[in-house]
Design a protein around this ligand. Structure first.
Ligand code: FAD
Length: 338
């Protein structure tokens, strides 16, 4: 167990903001976690569990306890003719898990290559990319209730998965700390290639292999998104809005080229990046904050931006999109206040 005071969180948020946590506690096992949860000081102090902070915007220093999992390990805990089940420690870097699966020929998560962050958070966020979401392979999530100290195993159905959200993301269910996730992967290749230009790029590989798909996805992502190690960012700042079909049809009259993805229940998903771009904001900079020139959905820290400054630019974008399209963008990034 590691306990630090006035700890710099610059390495624990991909915006690379110079913020501090009053306390930082890192545990390596479930036993250490339970010791922290039972501690009186912990119970009396405000706390926030983080992964690698790739979906967080710290508005200022965090005047409480930052909790972090260093629970590692990937083990096979189930196997059939057709599939394997992996049990993965919440503190494992997500992309290492993808690499592990791909190099063994197990498919299901290759489209989620290079998504930053840790495995516990991936299950909270229901990470998704290129037509795949982690909910498609989650079998079970092991979590501790920080109020009762009891361990609970959540089935996929009880994780309440929705677009970029889950039961665990709802603040009312905040007491849960995820310690392990179980993923069911296919031993026979089952590729998901329908999204964007994936199929066209994959067609150039014959025969197509899992490592090919991982490489193609990594190449696309590197071209489109800034590397947080070089330029602070948190990926897509807003979720793609889902609007009633009637709203979309009305917009289409003025903007015939408006892109869309049909959803169930007579609704349509519209790419938020396109809406922002139409407002003429792509590539704009405001002080130390930029709207990324290759993808308007990404806000970047050009150096020493503060969380407040980034939040102000986000607000400016929301206002512009609301005025032009009548659509309220919602941040995908979680704002953390002191
Ligand atoms: C360049 C870039 C590209 C990105 N691309 C994508 C993408 O394609 N698709 C996508 O879905 N996301 C994407 N993201 C967002 C981000 O990578 C994911 O949301 C990721 O899952 C966050 O992981 P993290 O470890 O950084 O979690 P954090 O940001 O630290 O935390 C996220 C949430 O999980 C909670 N949490 C963390 N660990 C635990 C735990 N053990 N138990 C309980 N709660 C916990 C936190 O309290 C917080 O609410 C991108 C981000 C960046 C910077």
């Amino acid at each position: 167990m590691r306990i630090e005071e006035n700890y710099s969180l610059r390495g624990y948020n991909t915006f690379r903001l110079a913020v501090k946590g009053r306390w930082f506690m890192e545990y390596e096992s479930e036993e250490e976690l339970v010791r922290i949860l039972r501690d009186e000081f912990f119970q009396e102090t405000r706390s926030l569990h983080i992964g690698s902070g790739s979906n967080l915007l710290f508005l200022n220093d965090f005047n409480g306890i930052i909790l972090h999992s260093a629970i590692k390990g990937i083990t096979v805990v189930g196997e059939t003719d057709d599939s394997v089940v992996l049990r993965v420690g919440a503190g494992e870097v997500w992309d290492d898990v993808v690499d592990y699966a791909v190099s063994r020929g197990w498919s299901g998560i290759e489209n989620l290559s290079l998504i930053p962050g840790e495995s516990g958070a991936a299950a909270v966020q229901n990470i998704g990319a290129y037509g795949v979401e982690i909910k498609d392979v989650i079998e079970t999530v092991e979590a501790y209730n920080r109020l009762t100290f009891e361990k609970q195993a959540f089935s996929n159905a009880s994780c309440g998965y929705r677009y970029r959200s889950s039961f665990f993301k709802d603040e009312r269910n905040d007491p849960y700390v995820i310690t392990y996730i179980h993923l069911r992967l296919s031993k026979t290749p089952r590729y998901t290639l329908h999204y964007g230009n994936l199929k066209a790029l994959a067609a150039a590989c014959s025969p197509l292999t899992l490592p090919d798909i991982r490489r193609i996805i990594i190449d696309i992502r590197r071209q489109k998104l800034p590397d947080p190690a070089q330029t602070g960012n948190a990926g897509s700042f807003f979720t793609n809005p889902i609007v009633p079909s009637a709203h979309y049809e009305a917009l289409k009259k003025t903007y015939p080229a408006i892109p869309s993805y049909p959803m169930d229940g007579d609704r349509v998903k519209i790419p938020a990046g396109w809406l922002i771009e139409q407002c003429g904001l792509k590539g704009k900079t405001y002080g130390q904050v930029g709207i990324y020139d290759k993808q308007a959905l990404v806000l970047v820290n050009l150096g020493e931006a503060t969380g407040d400054e980034i939040a102000l630019v986000a607000e400016r974008i929301r206002t512009a999109v609301a005025e032009r399209f009548g659509i309220k963008l919602m941040p995908e990034v979680h704002y953390v206040e002191s």
